[in-house]
Design a protein around this ligand. Structure first.
Ligand code: DHB
Length: 495
């Protein structure tokens, strides 16, 4: 079975049979909370109620076949004492109690905090009636605890016209969710020292940011304002799929990567502007000072070779290896740019770019001149829906409302939204285990984003499992079972 076929089979198999069982009797048990006097009010509302679950039995399709999982489900719990919007600032908890008829005890299991955020949009679990995402389902089928948090997103606007989900709202909410879980250590099932985050795209960016910024005090004021729990937000391990991150450098990276690929309209973007943005990326890339074995410092001169050898050719090799002989012959005859020596694939960067074809985004990819990109909205403030967040975008503004310089709060917001900032300063409290994936046909951002994220963590000495899926589109996750296995490996949890 190819990865893609496995993925399709998995998705089909996830149509679950949910059997609702009446909620268990509510008995009060003593909660071992060590609240400080000033946090006493919070303690009353942020205490996890271990008895407030319903019991659900469902069938979850895994690589090892269907599993019948009985689990305890806590529906939407508000994770802060002073929520702005509970619809988003709540989380669910799913804890397996038996798998295929055998009792499991998840008391010391890793806790997967899996978000479903896309597009930096609002994400709610408030009406969920059971474990929701396929990643969380696989986690409970492996005996882990799954927490699914909602978070505010960029489009939320109140009756006064104030945008209340723009940066840094989503990361603040996710950190508040982590703090809630850790605050309830000993009462909430699972090992709060083994919290693993996961997410895809904007959710992958936020997962990476949770991992990189763990323990940072940069968000404290925002967290206190919400009445977040009095606990830290350090993450043990992080999974990030196609993270749309490093936003203030992503326009240049995009042009360096996809600058000569045609847009969906069949034309090239302005090549002068593309070259100007590429030049900005060259400077940024050199400033990172990242090094790789056999390459020395990774600059825009050797990045293509590095990406080919580290990610692209291995991805193609793995894809071709998994095909049947006839499928492989057929794939190679319609993709003659690939040289296959019987066990490995090689090709040039130019041919790879040609193979991907159309670029998903126009120029600039993120800080649009007319403020029309989702990321412009992400950096909105108060009643202003969308703002520039790069000098280049501002200088080329066509919206008429750009102003003459970036707003003074923008640099701090960019830091709070970018894992590269925390990795760059070597944040000691960051996650030390990383699972990073993207598809080779994903032109929602540059491949350098994943390349730099993974390499910067490797340069700090972290354990990084980074790979790309050959021909994978934006959002691809072709080895979900391997991620679940990896969680067991890095946490040392054997059940
Ligand atoms: C997502 C995709 C994008 O292209 C982007 O700019 C931001 C977010 C997403 O799928 O989450």
């Amino acid at each position: 079975m190819t990865h893609a076929m496995k993925r399709r089979a998995l998705i089909k198999g996830l149509a679950a049979a949910v059997v609702a069982v009446p909620a268990a009797g509510i008995t009060s048990s003593a909660h071992a909370l060590s609240a400080t006097p000033s946090a006493a009010a919070s303690a009353a509302t942020l205490a996890f109620d271990p008895d407030a679950y319903s019991e659900i039995t469902t069938t979850i399709s895994t690589d090892d076949g269907d599993k019948e999982v009985t689990y305890h489900f806590w529906s939407a719990i508000t994770y802060v004492t002073d929520p702005v919007d509970e619809t988003y600032q709540s989380l669910t908890v799913s804890v397996p109690v038996s798998i295929d008829g055998t009792a499991v005890d998840a008391t010391d299991a890793p806790i997967l905090v899996s978000n479903s955020i896309g597009g930096y949009l609002p994400s709610s679990v408030s009406t969920n009636t059971g474990v929701s995402s396929s990643r969380a389902k696989l986690a409970i089928a492996a005996g882990y605890v799954a927490v699914e948090p909602g978070a505010r997103g960029r489009t939320l606007v109140d009756s006064d016209g104030d945008y209340y989900g723009t940066a840094p709202a989503a990361i603040v909410d996710l950190k508040a969710a982590i703090r809630y879980v850790r605050y309830n250590a000993g009462t909430i099932p699972g090992d709060t020292d083994r919290i693993v985050t996961a997410g895809t795209s904007a959710g992958g960016a936020l997962s990476a940011l949770l991992g990189a910024s763990g323990g940072s005090s940069l968000y404290d004021d925002y967290l206190s304002e919400l009445g977040a729990a009095d606990a830290d937000d350090v993450i043990y391990a992080t999974g990030a799929w196609c993270p749309i991150t490093d936003l203030e450098n992503a326009d240049g990276a995009y042009e360096w990567n996809w600058g000569t690929n045609e847009t969906s309209g069949g034309s090239e973007v302005d090549q002068t502007e593309s070259a100007e943005l590429t030049a900005l990326f060259e400077t940024y890339q050199s400033s990172l000072g990242l090094t790789a074995d056999d390459y020395g410092t990774i600059t825009t001169d050797n990045f293509a070779d590095y990406l080919l050898a580290t990610y692209l050719e291995p991805a193609a090799t793995s894809y071709l290896t998994d095909l049947s002989d006839s499928e492989r012959t057929s794939y190679l005859s319609s993709n003659t740019f690939i040289t296959w020596d019987g066990s490995s694939a090689t090709f040039t960067w130019a041919d790879y770019l040609d193979h991907v074809g159309t670029r998903t985004k126009s120029l600039p990819a993120f800080d649009a001149f007319d403020l029309s990109a989702g990321e412009n909205n992400l950096f909105g403030l108060d009643t202003t829906e969308a703002r520039h967040f790069t000098d280049y975008g501002l200088e080329h503004d066509t919206s008429g409302s750009g102003g003459t310089s970036l707003d003074s709060d923008i640099p701090a917001k960019l830091e709070m939204m970018n894992p590269m900032y925390f990795i760059g300063e070597g944040n000691d409290d960051r996650a030390k285990y990383w699972w990073i994936r993207t598809g080779t046909s994903d032109s929602d951002t540059a491949l350098t984003v994943v390349g730099n994220l993974a390499l910067s963590l490797e340069n700090l000495g972290d354990t990084v499992d980074a790979a790309m899926y050959w021909d994978g589109a934006h959002g691809a996750d072709e080895d979900p079972a391997d991620f679940i296995t990896w969680i067991g490996e890095v946490t040392g949890y054997t059940g």
